[in-house]
Design a protein around this ligand. Structure first.
Ligand code: SD4
Length: 336
């Protein structure tokens, strides 16, 4: 665990309590969110010796995202609601340079977003290369729930979002535009490992009923070719969920994940009996064995249906946030 980043438990509970206040939650609901602190649970509390609600999310921003997810749970939400709430929080943060508004643009200065989600029944939705819409994972969820399709791209995805009531928003912030202008001076495309430790967010959640869901949302690799789509919205690459087995998500250079259908591989390895940690390690090894990885990073994160989790990356620097009703941790993934 990276001590400098380790969140303080008291501040976590404080955040949950004040969030509860803002949301007008009954005290028992707040108690549910901080269950370990309560001496005698009231009978509305789901026993935590079942797997219990668990969320894992990539990178530092996973901590805040998971808090938003647990807030959705406390309002009666499902695992998929936890995923959507967590994604929204990061997507609307204009300071983050890799997800939603504020994401770094492609080489033509255009921000295009990729996202997908999947639930415990195997339903999936996805949008790719979508412009001007701030909440791509929510649009992906609508594709899943309200259309006969799995994936919409580009102009079609945007049209569907507008028809569904999403607003058109300029996603290129001044900060991102300035970074792009600096990049234009050399105009050199070179993927950068662990750009700034708040990359793509991949989120996996297990609710109190044992339902698993997952989501992934990103602006993709910075300064990509216009029209390039990475792994993040590709079901099986950036995300895969099998409610009877487990879920996995990926971060890093999408091309390496897509070539090895990474998240599907991690889930299939768990189906074969591997612990999520071992499954992530094996999937990373598949990449290392099949290409030159000196300049590329990939990290996998997995959660199985019993609440066990693991993560592994090619290089150091990848971490993930783990949140349950009892604990919150920022964990450095193993690597190599
Ligand atoms: C992509 N996998 O577009 C994404 C980028 C990413 O951490 O995850 N960065 O290839």
């Amino acid at each position: 665990m990276s001590q400098s980043n380790k969140p303080n438990r008291r501040s976590f509970i404080g955040k949950l309590a004040s969030l509860g206040g803002v949301l007008g939650l009954a005290p028992f609901a707040i108690n549910r969110m901080i269950g370990a602190e309560i001496a005698k649970p009231v009978n509305t509390i789901t026993p935590l010796d079942k797997p219990g609600a668990t969320m894992v999310s990539t990178w530092n921003h996973g901590i805040q995202a998971n808090i938003a997810g647990f807030s959705a749970l406390s309002k009666g939400g499902t695992a998929l609601d936890m995923i959507e709430a967590a994604a929204k929080l990061v997507e609307e943060d204009a300071e983050g340079l890799s997800v939603g508004i504020g994401g770094l643009p492609d080489r033509d200065g255009i921000v295009t977003l990729d996202a997908c989600c999947m639930d415990h029944t195997g339903q999936a939705g996805s949008v790719a290369a979508m412009q001007d819409i701030m909440y791509p994972l929510s649009v992906a969820r609508k594709v899943m729930e309200e259309t006969p399709h799995v994936m919409l791209v580009g102009e079609g995805a945007k049209m569907f979002a507008l028809e569904s009531g999403f607003k058109s928003t300029d996603l290129l912030t001044e900060k991102a535009r300035e970074a792009w202008l600096r990049w234009m001076e050399k105009h050199e495309y070179k993927p950068v490992i662990n750009i700034e430790n708040h990359d793509t967010i991949g989120i996996l959640a297990l609710d109190n009923e044992g339902r698993l869901s997952g989501g992934c949302t990103t602006s993709g690799v910075a300064y990509k070719m216009h029209g390039r789509v990475g792994d993040s919205p590709i079901i099986g690459a950036g995300l895969f969920v099998d409610g009877a087995v487990g879920a996995a998500t990926a971060t890093g250079l999408g091309e390496a994940v897509m070539r090895t259908v990474g998240s599907f591989l991690v889930v299939e390895l768990m189906r074969g009996g591997l612990h999520p940690q071992a499954a992530c390690e094996t999937a990373v090894k598949r990449i290392i064995d099949s290409m030159d990885v000196s300049n590329l990073q990939v990290g996998y994160l997995a959660l199985d249906k019993t609440g066990r989790h693991g993560a592994h990356a090619i290089h150091s620097g990848f971490n993930y946030a783990l949140t349950t009703l009892k604990t919150e941790n920022l964990i450095d993934a193993t690597h190599g």
